[in-house]
Design a protein around this ligand. Sequence first.
Ligand SMILES: [Zn+2]
Length: 255
Amino acid sequence: MMKKLKTILFIFVIMSALRPANAEQTYIIKKLIGKGKNYQTPYYVFESGKTGHVVLLEGGIHGDELAGTEALLDILHRIRVNTGKLIIFPEMNKPACDQKKRFINIDINKIFPGKKDAKPYEYPLANEIFKMVGREMVEYVVTTHESKHLHQLKNSNSFGQTIIYGVKPIPSYAKYWIKTLNEKLTKKEKFTLHYYPIPTSSTEIFVETYKLKGGFCVETWRKFNWNRRVEMHKYVLLTFLDAIGFDYTLANQEK
Ligand SMILES: [Zn+2]
């Protein structure tokens, strides 16, 4: 899959460079977290060259929750950004994703902002991701997850089919986002907003440190089949971009 991805990205970069000077210019830049380390993992930056929102869509923070990663790779192949900047980061914890395990030594979502030069590798990985969010001047972040348990109101510790936020107040666009998202889903699939703060979670740390305009974790329920979960993650991510007014176009398929 990565080889195919590289080829497509290469072609896209060349095509962008060959476009006439008056056309909109979009650049896609592949960057690395953990360059040369055993946890090296790429993220992709779409630069429109025009002012607009800066959005980070990320997945694979837990290596056995990969429907979101698959959705991110599909969006990566097809999206063009017209204003602002979009960052797609499909495999945050690559060693865990490669082994399809939640984590290798320690859950990185419980140790943000991490620590430089510490062991095990999850500490410097978390720290590099944390610094990247500041360096890229991210304004919004959505992280994809998957849950074994369908959310039930009487059990706040169940997450399937929820969109979680951990910093109040909830941004004003969130309700519109959930409404347009749920219009695409069956009754059983509908997402609810769920307030569940975890102090060391990447999302909460990003929102509080960098004063983001929004930070959310998306949890699909693993009882739905793989293709449907991938589809649902795509809906979640694209309706999020729509809800905040991010200007993009998608190739090959209707939104
Ligand atoms: Zn997770």
